[in-house]
Unconditional design. Sequence first.
Length: 300
Amino acid sequence: MRVAVAGSSGLVGSALVPELRQAGHEVVRLVRRPPRAADEREWDPPAGRIDEGALDGVDAVVNLSGAGVGDRRWTHARKQVLLDSRIEPTEVLAGAVAERGIGVLVNASGVHFYGDGGDRVLDEAAPRGRGFLSDLCRDWEAATQRARDAGSRVVLARFGHVLAGGGLLGRLRPIFRLGLGGRLGRGDQYVPWIHRADHVAAIRFVLEHGSISGPVNLCAPHPVTNIELTRALSRALRRPAPWAVPRVALRVVVGELADEMLMSQRAVPKVLADNGFEFRYSKLEDALAELEASGVGSQT
């Protein structure tokens, strides 16, 4: 299979490309600058442009585009960046998939689609919730409509927190190493997580399984609460985590983003499980232990 990947330099994309190649697939990387390697093709989402021939012979497109949600405080301008960095590229790629008759589009989204679910188990049939990120995920997924209308198989890959050198752990590790780690709010909110190795394996799985379409939760089968995550990371790093950050203090530091950080999403990967996907790291302790043993922790 010849696969075009947008967002190939990010946390997920940088691991997905070698995963696909090792499995025997050919990969074309879509980049937003002049190509510097034989496998790169230039595209410009704001201009709606993809280089001539960039998608020739492509069987599937994987779209991982999107600015980091938790990278900085949410201002009005930052919210617009979060929207534009997702909606525009998705519309461009969905249109290209439709026009060229490409059979598959795997498009990133997030389990934030479900909003605050409390302690309810959230599989792919759960309804959309409320909040900025829920609305963003709705619009992000809706931007794939042209590909669906053209008959392409569209997978809406709803990401949990990907555990790797960056992302959630990249932000938490330095704090915990200083002995300043602790739970957020009451700590009873569920955190959907997945080891990066399982994450990229799951993307390859949905690419290769033609019966899978629509929403797919990409998260481990055992979501944990924030306090369970705090304790597990404390043990993995051998650092105490005695603190608690109340909601009011979190809002002072990160503003509106605090409300999203304290949302509970007990998301489970029902579609993956029903189709026989096997996780290498189904337990948080095993995932953290592997990341520390592999030296990922030293990268942050």
